[in-house]
Design a protein around this ligand. Structure first.
Ligand code: IPE
Ligand code: IPE
Ligand code: MG
Length: 232
């Protein structure tokens, strides 16, 4: 959906390139992930300042469990620290913080922090930040199908979307992948059927406000036809 100003309602990022950012500087990968969190803060502020209501970030995929144990545990601690440290800022700024994903591999303590983050921020009315952690597009669809089967329900497309983990979110208008790869890597498969896709060579820790604005400007010029014949 597009407002009169040409802004998207929902922008999503596949934040790729933290490891290569660190490697280029001969640093351990975990420092790349730490720098990636700094970029999250910077870009989230820019997105909400511009009046975009929904920001969704792909932080850890269902396939990322394949990584070395110390990298995985580093990413889990970054998530816990982020939640502990940032909740007051989200409450103050009226941002609803959701963490979606299967959560099967997460500790009880982290699951509690995730629930707490949503409980404390859910009354926010300025914006919505959704972090996809232990998220896979296929797992999301399969779990939704299983819920429908359990309930013995036949559903249409819109009703089905209500069974996905993103039930409370509109579909993303824009999906940006940083880090130079041109693939979706099992992100929001059902939800991005009509998203505008942008691929950037910039490694996520280097992603800038200027590049965000270039993407938003390109989006404002796009003729989204949704299968129709459009304006031109
Ligand atoms: C961050 O980038 C995204 C995560 C999966 C946590 P990467 O860690 O995949 O960085 P690259 O692709 O190895 O550079
Ligand atoms: C995609 O990055 C997942 C996240 C950004 C969380 P990956 O680095 O895991 O993707 P592939 O392995 O290059 O496809
Ligand atoms: Mg990667």
């Amino acid at each position: 959906m597009r407002s009169d100003t040409g802004l998207p309602n929902h922008i999503a990022f596949i934040m790729d390139g933290n490891g290569r950012w660190a490697k280029k500087r001969l640093l351990p990968r975990k420092l790349g992930h730490r720098e990636g969190v700094v970029t999250i803060d910077r870009i989230a502020d820019c997105v909400f300042d511009r009046g975009i209501k929904y920001l969704t970030l792909f932080a850890f995929s269902t396939e990322n469990w394949k990584r070395p144990a110390d990298e995985v545990s580093g990413l889990l601690s970054l998530l816990s620290n982020y939640l502990v440290k940032k909740i007051p800022k989200f409450v103050k700024n009226g941002i609803v913080l959701r963490i979606i994903g299967s959560a099967r591999g997460l500790s009880d303590e982290l699951k509690e922090l995730i629930r707490d983050a949503y409980e404390k921020t859910k009354r926010g009315d300025k914006g919505n930040l959704t972090v996809c952690f232990d998220y896979g597009g296929r797992a999301d669809i399969v779990e939704a199908v299983n819920k429908c089967v359990e309930e013995g329900k036949k559903v249409n497309e819109e009703e089905f979307a209500g069974y996905l983990q993103t039930a409370d979110l509109p579909d993303p208008d824009i999906v940006v992948r940083t880090g130079g790869e041109h693939r979706i890597s099992n992100f929001l498969l059902y939800q991005m059927a009509y998203s505008e896709l942008y691929f950037s060579d910039t490694l996520w820790p280097d992603f800038s406000e200027k590049e965000l604005d270039e993407i938003l400007a390109a989006y404002a010029r796009t003729d989204r036809r949704f299968g129709g014949i459009g304006k031109n």
